[in-house]
Ligand binder design. Structure first.
Ligand code: ADP
Ligand code: MG
Length: 255
């Protein structure tokens, strides 16, 4: 392993996240159907599809907020751990940003960003704060560090949520409809941060219907319907020349 390979142990070119024949049921509902998905280090994958198609479940399975019933998921060559310390470590390595920002309401913005590294990674307070301020600066919120979440706009809170996830030095970032709860004028400021991250080489899985983001930042679009990956392609090809009737129908509704 080289010095610059600090993000992980897999060799360059090896996929970072691999879902191999993954199935999951909620009772009778086959919510993930034989999912085969391999995400390269530094790749940005946009997952798109109708409501209820399993996009959130897919994200949640990757950081093991959901268990799977068949198949396997690995991160950096290691199967996802089932429990204990190893699971906590995995959660730190897989950053997640949700539709609802989920910041700690009674902690300051800076505390929101430093808490995880201090608790989970054992980082000293001064170091966590220094890095926290750097990350807040990167998402354009450094001047609000001493405020509380409720004093910030939705777009600002979501940028803090991104900084908080980054503070754990994740190997991959999952975004589950990160802009869908935001007022229209705040969507761009969050997408800009995500585009920046993508440019800096972060491996990202992004559930979004924001076509502009997909076209600018995505290496690949994965279209899901009814729990299955129906087609995948470059954003350019997918949006201009969808192959399946399901994708054509879906794009007809959102575009
Ligand atoms: P999407 O994010 O694409 O909208 P989800 O992954 O949230 O889809 O959900 C896929 C399907 O699984 C939906 O039909 C949803 O109602 C169902 N579902 C999600 N979570 C649960 C759960 N915890 N228990 C039962 N059904 C669930
Ligand atoms: Mg969802």
């Amino acid at each position: 392993m080289t010095q610059s390979d600090s993000a992980g142990t897999a060799a360059a070119g090896e996929p970072l996240v691999v879902l191999d024949h993954v199935d999951k049921w909620f009772g009778d509902l086959h919510v993930l159907q034989d999912i085969e998905l391999s995400i390269a280090r530094g790749e940005v994958v946009v997952v798109i599809g109708p409501s209820g198609s399993g996009k959130s479940t897919l994200c949640r399975a990757i950081n093991r907020l959901e268990t799977i019933d068949k198949g396997s998921i690995s991160l950096d060559g290691q199967p996802l751990p089932a429990e204990g310390k190893e699971l906590a470590k995995l959660r730190a390595e897989v950053g997640m940003v949700f539709q609802s920002f989920n910041l700690f309401a009674h902690k300051t913005i800076l505390e929101n960003v430093t808490l995880g590294p201090m608790k989970v990674r054992g980082v000293k307070k001064a170091d966590a704060e220094k890095r926290g301020m750097e990350l807040l600066d990167r998402v354009g919120i450094a001047h609000q560090a001493q405020k509380y979440p409720a004093q910030l706009s939705g777009g600002q809170q979501q940028r803090v949520a991104i900084a908080r996830a980054l503070a754990m030095d994740p190997k991959v970032m999952l975004f589950d409809e990160p802009t869908s709860a935001l007022d229209p004028e705040m969507i761009k400021e969050v997408l800009d941060v995500m585009v920046d991250l993508a440019k800096q080489g972060m491996t990202m899985v992004v559930v979004t219907h924001e076509m502009g983001f997909a076209r600018t930042a995505a290496d690949r679009v994965v279209f899901m319907a009814d729990g299955a990956i129906v087609e995948e392609n470059t954003p350019e090809e997918f949006f201009t020349n969808p192959q399946s009737d399901r994708a054509k129908d879906f794009l007809g509704k959102i575009l």
